[in-house]
Design a protein around this ligand. Structure first.
Ligand code: ADP
Ligand code: MG
Length: 535
C-alpha cells in the first residue's frame, strides 16, 4: 500500500478480503483556471469509519467534497461507491448513491418547521398532509435510532445552530444517506454543541454510517476520527490511522514544516489603563440593544479577549469603539479623549489618535477586493501626506511601501499590483494587520484575526499580536475561537446577548467553564439554562 490509498485497520495477510471502501477517489484532478485544486487524489474511506481530512486553506478539501456531491465534475479520475464506479453530476445523483452533505451554512428554510424542512424536496409532492404524517413517524424512528432528538414542530429559524445542524443531519439520514460529509461543521458551535455533535457522529458510526469530517481543528480530528488524510496544494500528502499520529505531526504535514502553537509567553505586569468603557449601549436599526450596558478596561501591554458565540454583540462593541457604530448610551475613554452619544467617535479620528482597527469582516470592511494590494495597503490612511505629491499618489512610493509591509508580514505572493481579491484569506488578513500595525498603535481593536486563516498564518499572526502587546500596545480582541482566546488572552470577558456575563483569567481559563459562560449556563448565570449547556 502506498500513501494516498485505502487506509485499512491493519489487515492480516491471508485473512478474508476486506470489503471495498464506502467511498473511493481514484486519481481525481480538478483545475479552476490556473489553480490546480485537486491533483491526482486517490483515497479510500472504509465503511463505518470516521475519516478526517485536514489541510490549510486552499488545500483542496472542499473541492474534493464538491466533486463527491456533484457540485463540480472532476477533470479526470473516478469516484467509486462500495467498489462500483459512479457518475455524480448533481446532488440528486449523490443522494441516490447514499451520500449526504451537511453544509457549513445551513440550508434550512427558516420559517418552516423541522419536520417540513426534513421532508422538503425528499419526495414528490412533499408537503402534502399524508406524506407529512408518514414522515413524522419515520423521523421519530430516526431520532430514536440515532439518539438525535429534535422538536419536530419547532420553527427551524428559532433553533440554536447546534440544533439546526442536527436537523441537517436528520435530513440527510431521511434521504437514506449512508455516507455523511461534514465540511468544517464546528466553526459555528459552542464547545458543548461541538461535543454533542461528536457524540452524534459516534452513534452514526456505530450504526454503520461512514463519515468524512473536514475540520482545521486538529484536536477534534484526534478525538473522533479513525483515520485522517492530509491535503496540501491539491494533493494528499499523507494518510494515517489516527492512533498512530499526533496533532504535532498533522500540523507539520499540513504546512510542510515545523510549527509551534499554543506558546503563551511570560507573565508580565500590565501598564496603565488605555481604554476604559463605562455603561456602553449600542442599539441596532430595530432599536434592539446589541451591546447592553457594558463596562470594562484594557491596560497597556494587555490582551483582553471577548469570547462568545458569534452574534452576541461582540462585533457591535468593536465597531462602536472604532467609531463605526454610534453609541446610544454610556461612554468610553481612550488616548485622553472621552466619547459618548454627544461626543461621537469616527474612524478617521480614531486612527489619528493611534487606535487601530482590524475589522472582523475583512472583505466588507477591511479592504476593497477590486483594489490592488498597494491600494488596500493604505486604505483609511489614504490622506497621509507622505503618500501624495501635489494631490497625486506617488505610485513608486506606494509600491515600495506595500512591498515593505508584505515583507514584514510575510504576505504571499509579494506582488503590490495583484488585486486584493486574488490573495488567499490568510494573506489578505496579514496585509490588513500589516497596514494597521505598521503605525504602532497604542490601542488595537481586532476582530476574528484568524478566521478562515490557515495554521501557518495563525502562528504568525499570534506571534505578531504578542509582540505588540509586549511592546505596550493595549489589545482588545474579539474571537469565537476558544483555542485562540485561550492562547492569547491575559483576561477573558464572555459576552452573551449583549452583556458581559463573566470574566476569567486567561492563564487559568478552561474550555468547559468558558463554554458554559458562552451559553450563559455557568454557575451564577442570571438567565435560562439551555438544554445544550446542561451536559
Ligand atoms: P479548502 O477547502 O481546502 O480550503 P478549496 O477546495 O476550497 O480548499 O480550494 C482549493 C483551491 O481552489 C483554492 O486555491 C481555491 O481558491 C480554488 N477554488 C476553489 N473553488 C473555486 C472556484 N469555484 N473557482 C475558482 N477557484 C476555486
Ligand atoms: Mg473548504
Amino acid at each position: 500500500m502506498t500513501e494516498g490509498e485505502t487506509v485499512t485497520g491493519g489487515g492480516v495477510a491471508g485473512a478474508a478480503p476486506s470489503p471495498p471502501p464506502a467511498i473511493e477517489f481514484r486519481d481525481i484532478s480538478k483545475a479552476f483556471g490556473q489553480v490546480q485544486a485537486n491533483r491526482a487524489v486517490s483515497l479510500g474511506v472504509p465503511k463505518g469509519e470516521i475519516h478526517g481530512i485536514v489541510g490549510e486553506n486552499g488545500a483542496g478539501k472542499s473541492t474534493l467534497m464538491s466533486i463527491l456531491y456533484g457540485v463540480y465534475e472532476a477533470d479526470s479520475g473516478e469516484v467509486l461507491v462500495n467498489g462500483k464506479p459512479v457518475r455524480i453530476r448533481s446532488s440528486r445523483d449523490a443522494i441516490d448513491c447514499g451520500i449526504g452533505m451537511v453544509h457549513q451554512h445551513f440550508m434550512l428554510v427558516d420559517n418552516f418547521t423541522v419536520l417540513e424542512n426534513v421532508v422538503l424536496g425528499a419526495e414528490e409532492g412533499a408537503l402534502i398532509e399524508s406524506s407529512i404524517e408518514k414522515a413524522r413517524a419515520e423521523l421519530a424512528r430516526l431520532e430514536e435510532e440515532y439518539d438525535l432528538r429534535v422538536d419536530q414542530d419547532a420553527v427551524a429559524g428559532d433553533l440554536p445552530v447546534g440544533q439546526q445542524q442536527r436537523v441537517e443531519i436528520l435530513k440527510a439520514l431521511f434521504r437514506g444517506a449512508e455516507v455523511l460529509v461534514l465540511d468544517e461543521p464546528t466553526g459555528v458551535l459552542t464547545p458543548q454543541e461541538a461535543k454533542q455533535l461528536f457524540r452524534i457522529l459516534d452513534a452514526l458510526k456505530e450504526h454503520g454510517t461512514t463519515i468524512i469530517l473536514i475540520t482545521h481543528k486538529l484536536r477534534e480530528i484526534m478525538a473522533v476520527t479513525n483515520s485522517v488524510s492530509v491535503m496540501r496544494g491539491g494533493e494528499i500528502v499523507a494518510v494515517r490511522r489516527t492512533q498512530d499520529t499526533s496533532e504535532e505531526e498533522l500540523a507539520e504535514l499540513m504546512v510542510g514544516r515545523k510549527v509551534r502553537t499554543g506558546e503563551r509567553g511570560e507573565a508580565r505586569e500590565a501598564g496603565d489603563v488605555a481604554l476604559k468603557v463605562g455603561g456602553l449601549t449600542v442599539r441596532d436599526a430595530q432599536d434592539v440593544a446589541r451591546v447592553d450596558n457594558v463596562s470594562f478596561e484594557v491596560k497597556a501591554g494587555e490582551i483582553v479577549c471577548i469570547a462568545g458565540v458569534s452574534g452576541n454583540g461582540q462585533s457591535e462593541l468593536l465597531q462602536a469603539l472604532a467609531g463605526i457604530m454610534p453609541l446610544n448610551n454610556g461612554e468610553f475613554e481612550a488616548m485622553g479623549r472621552s466619547f459618548s452619544p454627544d461626543h461621537p467617535a469616527n474612524p478617521k479620528l480614531m486612527r489619528e489618535l493611534g487606535i487601530a482597527h482590524v475589522p472582523e469582516d475583512r472583505i466588507r470592511m477591511g479592504l476593497i477586493t477590486d483594489f490592488v494590494a498597494s491600494e488596500s495597503a493604505i486604505l483609511g490612511y489614504q490622506r497621509d501626506p507622505s503618500f501624495l505629491n501635489h494631490m497625486l499618489y506617488r505610485m513608486d512610493y506606494l509600491f515600495g511601501h506595500c512591498r515593505k509591509l508584505m515583507e514584514n508580514f510575510d504576505v504571499r505572493p509579494r506582488d503590490p499590483s495583484l488585486r486584493s481579491a486574488n490573495f488567499s484569506g490568510g494573506n489578505q488578513q496579514k496585509l490588513i494587520l500589516a497596514r494597521e500595525l505598521e503605525r504602532r498603535p497604542d490601542i488595537l481593536l481586532v476582530g476574528q484575526p484568524t478566521r478562515g486563516v490557515d495554521i501557518g498564518a495563525i502562528e504568525f499572526i499570534h506571534r505578531q499580536l504578542r509582540e505588540y502587546r509586549d511592546a505596550g500596545c493595549a489589545i482588545l480582541l474579539v474571537s469565537v475561537e476558544l483555542d485562540e482566546v485561550m492562547s492569547l488572552a491575559d483576561r477573558i470577558l464572555v459576552m452573551f446577548e449583549g452583556r458581559i456575563v463573566g470574566e476569567v483569567d486567561g492563564r487559568t481559563a478552561d474550555e468547559r467553564t468558558l463554554g458554559l459562560m458562552m451559553a450563559n449556563a455557568h454557575e451564577g448565570a442570571t438567565d435560562r439554562v439551555t438544554e445544550e449547556a446542561r451536559l
